[in-house]
Write a protein that binds this ligand. Structure first.
Ligand SMILES: Nc1ncnc2c1ncn2[C@@H]1O[C@H](COP(=O)(O)OP(=O)(O)OP(=O)(O)O)[C@@H](O)[C@H]1O
Ligand code: NI
Length: 314
């Protein structure tokens, strides 16, 4: 198998006046070529921090340890100069706020063709290719979109254009952060349709960061569920949805509208004062004895899955 990304024991801590925020703790996962891996979890669980670590975009103040191998090369310890060759061309980020990454003064088509230019695609071929990309992004009138400025488009359209700019550079690894966040019903549906179409025609290796479980289920191959900076469950998407092992994953699925929107009681612990036992203990419907004091390790279950829960370590 062809491993594109391997994150090993990633720890990211932000020192603050109030104490150290442990945003990422011993996070480990790997991605094969053509795989869509999804990081899910509620706000503040440490999803974006992982994406930023992969792209060397964490603030200088962050204390980072662990290893990130990209195509067999360790990138986390690289200098900015060494890593800058990878950003954009090899590993491309679609950031959480697309408006900030689009140039307000440049037509959308031009912004996509700049990525094509870098790849050496001739001027002659660029406009056809831009229209081709825009049509794959579910724009019904690619010529019109290419000629539009970002402010002439809706938030959902801007998000799709930003995805197009990233894809135009043909990255070997795409990282997208919350592509459906804040979108209205119909924009979200179009965005989901776009990602499903892209999955079928391109087979990108894609690290998708989202709280959108429907999107995760629709396009993901593997899911990693984050809770308070840790992965608490990993496995193939179908299995996680049909048979969640961790009570937090169970809770996330039960909270979906189609399952009756049963909200999980309680809140996740703060990342500064983490409890010594299981981080989920106070909200856990099972509350096993060990969970009170012992922090559970993540353990493999049936080969392709793993879970951080004492109930599975017996
Ligand atoms: N630059 C920073 N300085 C201090 N704390 C930070 C910084 N960036 C992130 N954090 C903290 O790290 C934790 C994880 O943040 P992260 O942005 O990864 O969460 P997330 O899961 O992506 O949440 P969301 O769904 O809201 O985007 C949070 O507690 C956040 O406040
Ligand atoms: Ni985030």
């Amino acid at each position: 198998m062809n491993t594109v990304l391997e994150v090993m024991d990633l720890n990211v801590t932000f020192p603050t006046r109030a104490g150290a925020i442990r945003a990422s703790q011993q996070v480990s996962f790997r991605m094969q070529k053509g795989e869509i891996s999804v990081l899910i979890g509620e706000t503040g669980s440490g999803k974006s921090v992982i994406g930023l670590a992969v792209l060397h975009l964490l603030p200088e103040a962050a204390i980072i340890s662990g290893k990130i191998n990209y195509n067999g090369r360790e990138i986390l310890s690289m200098s900015e100069k060494e890593f800058s060759r990878f950003r954009g061309r090899d590993i491309s980020l679609v950031p959480q706020n697309p408006s900030g990454s689009l140039d307000p003064l440049m037509r959308c088509g031009k912004q996509i063709s700049e990525s094509l230019e870098i790849r050496g695609i001739s001027n002659l071929k660029q406009s056809t290719e831009v229209e081709n990309i825009l049509s794959n992004l579910q724009f019904s009138d690619p010529k019109l979109t290419a000629a539009s400025f970002p402010h002439e488009l809706s938030g959902g359209m801007r998000q799709r254009v930003t995805t197009g700019i990233a894809l135009a550079s043909e990255p070997k690894l795409l990282v997208s952060d919350e592509p459906t966040k804040g979108l209205d019903y119909s924009s979200r549906k179009t965005s989901m349709k776009m990602f499903l179409h892209l999955k079928h025609i391109r087979k990108d290796t894609h690290l998708l960061i989202t709280h959108d479980l429907d999107l995760a289920r629709m396009i993901g191959d593997t899911i990693h569920v984050l809770y308070s900076g840790e992965i608490i469950e990993s496995g193939p998407v179908d299995e996680i949805f049909s048979d969640p092992h961790h009570p937090y994953t169970e809770g996330l699925i039960a909270a979906l509208p189609r399952n009756g929107m049963k909200a999980m009681p309680g809140m996740c612990p703060g990342l500064i004062d983490l409890p010594s036992g299981c981080y989920f203990y106070s909200r856990c419907p099972y509350q096993c004895e060990q969970g009170k004091t012992i922090h559970p390790a993540i353990i493999p279950v049936n080969g392709r899955r793993s879970v951080r829960c004492h109930r599975f370590s017996r």
